[in-house]
Write a protein that binds this ligand. Sequence first.
Ligand code: GLC
Length: 735
Amino acid sequence: MRPEELKQLLADMSLEEKIGQLVQLPSYFQNGGHITGPASDMGITQEDLQLAGSYLSIIGAEKIKALQDEYMAHHPHHIPLVFMADIINGYRTVFPVPLAQGCTFRPDMVEAGAATAAKEAAAAGIHVTFSPMADLVRDARWGRVMESTGEDPYLNGLMAAAMVKGYQGERLTDKGRMASCLKHFAGYGAPEAGRDYNNVELSPRTLKEDYLPAYQAAIDAGTALVMTSFNTLDRIPSTANRWLMRDVLRKDMGFDGVLISDWAAVGELVPHGVAEDFADAARLAIEAGVDMDMVSPSYIKNLKTLVEKGKVPEFLIDESCLRVLELKNKLGLFENPYKDLSADDEAALLLCEEHKKAAQACAELSFVLLKNEGMLPLEKNAAKKTAFIGPFVDNKFLCGSWAIFCDDQDTTPLKAALMDAALPGTTVFAKGCPVLGPEDIVHGFQKPVEKEEMDLEQALQEAIEAAKAADQVVLALGEHREFSGEAASRATLTLPACQQRLLDEVAKVNENITVILFCGRPMDVRAIQNKAKALLVAWFPGTEGGPALVRTLYGDSTPSGKLSMSFPYCAAQLPIHYNHLSTGRPFNGNFAEARFGSKYQDIPNQPLYPFGFGLTYTEFSLSSVRLDRDTLQPGETLTASVTLQNTGSRPGTETVQLYIRDVKGSVARPVRELKGFRQVTLQPGKTATVSFTITEEMLRFYDIHMDYVSEPGLFEVFIGTDSRTENKASFTLKK
Ligand code: GLC
């Protein structure tokens, strides 16, 4: 439709119709037109069902086509429904969880993964995905770190933009594309105490400096929607925060698409204590510019009365309704309400070989090798006997808790992949223990949590025997998939006790241990690494996690992943991040010298493994940093270079990282900030020059007056292979 036709449609619509376009209902309200259960509890009527303009989590070409036909036939202006769903790390072909994708440091791979997900989801009739989640995270107790791409604003921005481009492509009407919905705006990743949905306290400067850049990158990439966050910011729930939504999101950041609430977040303004009732909540949200109410009864049951009583001006309804109509128009739904849905395409695309290969390739790039003392890669040696032990050896639950449309039966576990690979040598398997012991508590979010019935002592003994008789052991351990994700905050980051016991007992009979760690968050791995010669973080690697691991374990693929989020020394250290401030008493690590330093008495300040860290199967050396000048003027560029050499015996890929420190500013500045990275693959003995161009724009920040400027003075340039590098040189910015 042309813009003027949309405006005419809006003018022709009744108030009820316009409000209906602002309402998104859950899939389970679609009960063949019968009002039952939660729908009736919500007071939903037949007319509501006929007018609500969107559903979430309905999938499948045939089902969506039938529902679209039914809805449009009854709608007074035959306006099409828009179907939305959470396609977070793939639809049926599942990619690694986003935190793992962040570790690839490959925005191109992430974009390709999003494009694959869009092809599959679009064929199934989905028009919008609630992704990318671009929340900056610094506290691994928060289960949703799994859905983020980590602790760095620059990396998160690249990844969020990549996902938007992968989902949306050039035009939303193009086949195999779907609209993206950036979430959760804003600052949801910083809940107090790491507890989901908890209050967020961020200064305006920290919000703008650290938390908004990734959202801005997604907006600049053209995300069609944004989702409000559950949390309060400055004690104001985002869904009612007019400053955040109208001044910051729309005016400052330039977002002009549809703003949808998170699940029931409009109604939750009541328990937040800022709304008397759902009518009050509806008023606050529409005034804040929330265009769509996801699943709460607030808009659908109250907006009409609020307008009729003059409590809400109708132009607010009109501006929101027009944005929803524009979204449907961008998707081409007025011309083709079915968009890409096709049962034939579903059959051809879902889990096709091309997609599975892409998922496997992404998984291989997402693994992070934290420790390796001569264990990996495993030899393909007929004389070797390897025992694969642990609850993740033959475990299909490798897709993370937000892969809600996948079938876990499609996942290839490690054991099956090993059998398929038919490698030389003797391989034995033993489960050793369940994922969860009797004492472990977990509440399933999307799927029920099954407790495995097992004779724990017998399982342990079998594992010990298998380890005794083997030359080397690979222990596949980790957290339950429901340990991370939404509503999955945890105060402890260690392995379930039954798994730690398994590791401890196996280590008593065999010292050649490699641990593969499956997890959705950084964990406290001290008790793991002390017993293992090698530690490979596999995260939740998705449908092809098994084959990806076999290729990596046996050296057909070399790990190159770098941590997108620090692994803390322990949970008590949280929140932790590499780009912290110095404090007035920076601690140099020497407890004797700096009694009054900013430190703990009982643990180190540094994480166990820092942002940007990851080993490969070879070794690299880096020269000192070379600068082509020692002063920089605005408008000029400065080149910083190093020479990288593969000093090992195998090919490998290194991610060379550029960090910059503004030594003195009108406000305190981070000890360093990631400003660039390059991935370089080298054969043994080969070298490469790696150069970065530094500009004055890269040095800008929110100064004492909250102006986004650079300030003259000394800057340090660090170039290394993780965020702890001290390989540096300095220059002066002159004005
Ligand atoms: C959930 C999540 C959000 C998701 C939405 C729809 O509560 O917070 O990330 O997209 O509801 O499922």
